[in-house]
Design a protein around this ligand. Structure first.
Ligand SMILES: *[C@@H]1O[C@H](CO)[C@@H](O)[C@H](O)[C@H]1NC(C)=O
Ligand SMILES: *[C@@H]1O[C@H](CO)[C@@H](O)[C@H](O)[C@H]1NC(C)=O
Ligand SMILES: *[C@@H]1O[C@H](CO)[C@@H](O)[C@H](O)[C@H]1NC(C)=O
Ligand SMILES: *[C@@H]1O[C@H](CO)[C@@H](O)[C@H](O)[C@H]1NC(C)=O
Length: 897
């Protein structure tokens, strides 16, 4: 298919801008409206109103009257070491709406690796805003191009209109770019999408689907209580496109400015309000390889400490130390695992960072409490916010003024907004001294009070209780429409960009509930350009500080994220709601962040806002036991929801968390594989996976978002409906075993199945898997001390593979570890140990349970020596070998015959 717009533009003359009143033009319609806009409101914006109903292609009803768009023609083509540099020119005159088109433009196409193509479109004469690589990495060009590539690309000859396309192996067109426009504050480009495309990603949004549906997805970090489909805390301009028969590619637009990504049935359009068009294309072809290639650009995920994978309890509204103690005791007496106790802002003195409430959280009680957690192998984490109360005599404020590290307003004074403690300033992590400032504060809290094990960084969109800036506590935030753009355009204005992104689905002003877009960071950098980066920069500073102080891996959980955040922090899905819709939407949300390079993610289990109920909380504890980051968190004023509050929820939690704790070696290994330099034979890059990751050749899996996989071996099918006695599940191809009975559910798979459900969450083990396990215990520390076992689930040919990463769970350098490959082939299990070796104490292997053994063996041998303790169960074809006492740090073989 040829590009849809350019051909039409050529026929139009004269080639000038002007407000054509022709609303019937066949030009691509550039959205001027917002969801729910009506004719009066549209025409008041001087835009065209042309309803289209039915509207399968999601054509905007309200669109700009721009007249002919400027098109760029190819002026010069120069071969480079890695590809080509194309100079574009436009002869279009100024646009009344957007000003002067950037002219000339350069398009640089670089073949960076066999599977990664880089295309950057920029102004060769004026340096524009680009994301510093110190915050969000981007690889530098290699010195030579790869000897072969999975892609080819096309661009026009000199003198022709500009477009470009990228093909897989010269065939399937993956990206078909047209309609390039490049103004100072408005950049746009579209790609055609074939009907076979399945697009995932583009976040952060709460969506009632994993596979994206046509609509506008806006990226502008915003603090709101998670309404579906609106721009939220973080921005991730990355998508993965999966097409039958199972090839996937990824597209990353490396740009931190506000943008709308408009997905229609047959196209995807970027409308961006600044920066440059800096694209990376990842050829996969398997979905997991796409994510691995993406993470090669943005940075691989942080390796969490082992304890971070334990269970966490938090709530906003714990009144005092006694309540924290009672909760820890409640877990203990109910025998439900708990690794980490958390505090929300309640612990602070008047909500000021780095302080302690002297009455309710008095030091002489808090310190012994935290010490006792540590003695029990548990941890304590609390919240901090970026807003520093603007109050003389408050040390973090005084030091920030002395060090001059706060974000400035347009007049050069520290910008003030309003957050929990009242009027606040905000650290500017662009400032070279800001990391030191932040670390000093974190260190003084530890010196003055007690050592926390991790930090939870909230409100970092930046969230502000007034719009832009304020100096009085009486000010408040109101939802205001963006100011009308000036027509004709009269130069760069951070407060009133000519293209209004669909902020909050209603084109609200960019400063609503955040700081002013004309605020200034170190080096004269405008908030307009860097807004989406604040959470990332704070995550970097916080993780660096904790690592430097603790000399161990720490836990940082950040609400706001950007590409690269996963190398420093995990994330939770924010202020969700205690209802059945939110238990479901947590799944697409958590799966999206696996694709965004932030595998350590979870939703507030049992729901944050609103009171939960016994059935919902029980089902949510079961699902949440499999979130990579597993935390129950509740809002102030709602009914308590710790799992021991109801006997049925306690029972479900004991079972589900018992499974989680027993498979922590498997989770930890998945995190390691996402973190390490990838092994070309094993593209593992994420922890939880949509079904289409492992079964990309099965189009039945493309829209499944009520089930997911943990690694490649476990299929989880949570119960998401009130009163459900059956659920409909999909079982992909292969042999699958029921977790609880070890019975084969299907030896072929690829089937939908109605499953009757009882108390437990349905889990299926994929034939061909070997899962390293411990025994469950009340903490990860205690669980790690129990013997190992291996759960071996044979496939139809009697084979299976798995692996294990093992270290002390804490060290920063990760130099002392074991990596063990397990494989079964022909009635023999082999363990092959690699890695530098682990010097710490290591449990031995006690048991091996093999599922799918056709006939009862007569003998079992460990390293050639007969083993007497084994049983065979004919009803479920399982072989249970016990009392092995094998050394996990050495190669071994187990044979049965
Ligand atoms: C701009 O360039 C196009 C060819 O690409 C030409 O047809 C048109 O006349 C030019 N317009 C002006 C105003 O020079
Ligand atoms: C459009 O919406 C505005 C604001 O809600 C309202 O005042 C106006 O009557 C509406 N116009 C039409 C044509 O529905
Ligand atoms: C919880 O489990 C215990 C022990 O198995 C059982 O006695 C009790 O009835 C269960 N409670 C509920 C509500 O299912
Ligand atoms: C399957 O085998 C195990 C181990 O021998 C046994 O404990 C269990 O009861 C069996 N399950 C069924 C459903 O037969």
């Amino acid at each position: 298919m040829m590009i849809f717009v350019v051909a039409v533009v050529l026929c139009l003359s004269p080639q000038v801008w002007g407000l054509s009143d022709d609303c019937q033009s066949s030009l691509q319609k550039l959205d001027c409206g917002y969801v729910g806009i009506n004719q009066t409101q549209c025409e008041a914006k001087n835009c065209c109103w042309v309803p289209v109903d039915p509207n399968p292609n999601n054509v905007p009803w309200c669109f700009h009257k721009t007249g002919p768009i400027p098109h760029y023609t190819v002026d010069d083509i120069e071969k480079t070491a890695l590809g080509v540099k194309i100079t574009l020119k436009t002869n279009a005159s100024d646009s009344p709406t957007y000003g002067t088109p950037v002219n000339p433009l350069v398009v640089e196409i670089s073949e960076q690796t066999e599977s990664r193509l880089h295309i950057k479109i920029y102004d060769p004469n004026n340096k524009r805003w680009e994301i510093p690589t110190s915050f969000s990495p981007a690889p530098s060009d290699p010195s030579t191009s790869p000897s072969s590539t999975l892609y080819t690309y096309k661009y026009p000859d000199k003198g022709s209109d500009f477009s470009f396309s990228i093909m897989r192996d010269g065939g399937d067109v993956l990206f078909d770019a047209s309609n390039l426009q490049f103004f100072d504050q408005y950049l746009t480009l579209s790609t055609k999408l074939p009907a076979s495309s399945n697009v995932y990603g583009i976040g952060e949004h709460v969506t009632p689907y994993l596979k994206l549906q046509p609509r506008t997805y806006t990226l502008w970090n915003f603090d709101t209580a998670t309404p579906e489909l609106l721009n939220l805390y973080g921005s991730h301009p990355f998508y993965l496109d999966l097409r039958p028969p199972g090839n996937a590619h990824g597209v990353y637009l490396r740009n931190s400015n506000g943008m709308d990504v408009v997905l229609a049935d047959d196209s995807l359009t970027y409308n961006v309000i600044g920066g440059v068009l800096d694209f990376y294309f990842f050829l996969g072809p398997k979905p997991e390889a796409v994510i691995q290639q993406y993470q090669e650009v943005i940075g691989r995920p942080h390796m969490p400490p082992y304890w971070a994978l334990g269970f966490h309890q938090c709530r906003y509204g714990y009144k005092n130390v006694e309540e924290l103690e009672a909760v820890v005791a409640g877990y203990k007496s109910s025998q439900i695992p708990l690794d980490t106790m958390w505090s929300d802002i309640d612990y602070m003195d008047q909500y000021k960072d780095f302080t302690l409430d002297p009455d309710n959280y008095a030091l002489d009680k808090m310190k012994p409490f935290v010490d006792s957690l540590h003695q029990n192998g548990q941890q304590y984490v609390h919240i901090i916010d970026p807003g520093i109360k603007a109050q003389q005599g408050y040390d973090p404020y005084d030091k920030g003024i002395q060090m001059d590290v706060f974000i400035k307003d347009s007049k050069g004074k520290p910008l003030t907004g309003k957050v929990w403690p009242g009027i606040t300033t905000f650290p500017d992590f662009f400032h070279p001294k800001a990391n030191q400032y932040w670390e000093n504060n974190i260190q003084s809290f530890r010196t003055n009070y007690f050592p926390v094990d991790g930090l939870w960084i909230d409100m970092n969109e930046i969230s502000n209780f007034c719009n832009g800036e304020c100096s009085s506590e009486d000010d408040s935030a109101t939802i205001q429409q963006a100011p009308k753009p000036t027509i004709p355009y009269n130069g760069f204005d951070p407060n009133s960009p000519p293209y209004q992104i669909d902020n909050q689905g209603n084109r609200v002003a960019l400063n609503v509930k955040t700081i002013s877009t004309d605020a200034v960071h170190y080096g004269g950098v405008l908030e307009y350009n860097t807004h989406n980066l604040f959470g990332l920069t704070e995550s970097i500073a916080t993780n660096l500080a904790l690592e430097d102080i603790r000399k161990a891996r720490s836990l940082v959980i950040s609400r706001s994220t950007f590409p690269g955040s996963g190398s420093h922090a995990g994330h939770w899905t924010g202020d969700n709601h205690a209802d059945w819709e939110n238990i479901y939407t947590s799944i697409p949300d958590v799966l999206n962040f696996q694709m965004f390079g932030i595998p350590l993610i979870g939703a507030d289990i049992c729901g944050f806002a609103g009171s939960t109920n016994e059935e919902l909380c029980g089902r949510w504890m079961q699902l949440g036991a499999f979130y990579p980051f597993s935390r129950n968190h509740n809002a102030i004023g709602d009914d308590p929801q710790e799992p021991y509050r109801w006997s049925s929820v306690a029972n479900k939690s004991r079972v589900a968390l018992g499974i989680r704790y027993s498979i922590l070696p498997y989770y930890y290994t998945l995190f390691y594989k996402a973190h390490r330099d990838p092994d070309p034979k094993d593209p593992a890059a994420v922890v939880l996976r949509p079904l289409f990751f492992d079964f990309s050749d099965d189009s039945n899996t493309y829209e499944i978002d009520k089930q997911f996989m943990v690694g490649g071996s476990l299929l989880i099918s949570p119960i998401l409906k009130q009163g459900a006695s059956t659920i409909q599940i999909y079982i992909p191809s292969g042999v699958w075993y029921d977790w609880y009975s070890w019975q084969v559910v299907t030896d072929e798979g690829k089937m939908s199945k109605s499953l009757s459900v009882g108390d437990d969450i349905p889990i299926h083990i994929r034939g061909g898997s070997i899962i390293p396990m411990h025994q469950p215990a009340m903490t990860t520390a205690a669980s790690r001390k129990t013997p190992f076992s291996l759960l071996v689930a044979l496939d139809s040919s009697g084979s299976a593979t798995g692996d294990l990463f093992c270290d002390d769970g804490n060290s920063l350098d990760m130099k002392s570890y074991l990596f063990v490959d397990y494989s079964v082939d022909g009635k023999e299990l082999k363990a092959t140990v690699s890695g530098p070796g682990y010097s710490g104490s290591l449990s031995s292997l006690d048991a091996v349970n093999i599922l799918g053994v056709g006939t009862k063996p007569n003998s079992v041998m460990l390293n050639g020596q007969a083993v007497s303790s084994f049983t065979y169960d004919d009803s479920n074809k399982s072989l249970k070998i016990t009392s092995l006492n094998a050394d996990m740090s050495k190669d071994f073989t187990i044979k049965w015959m």
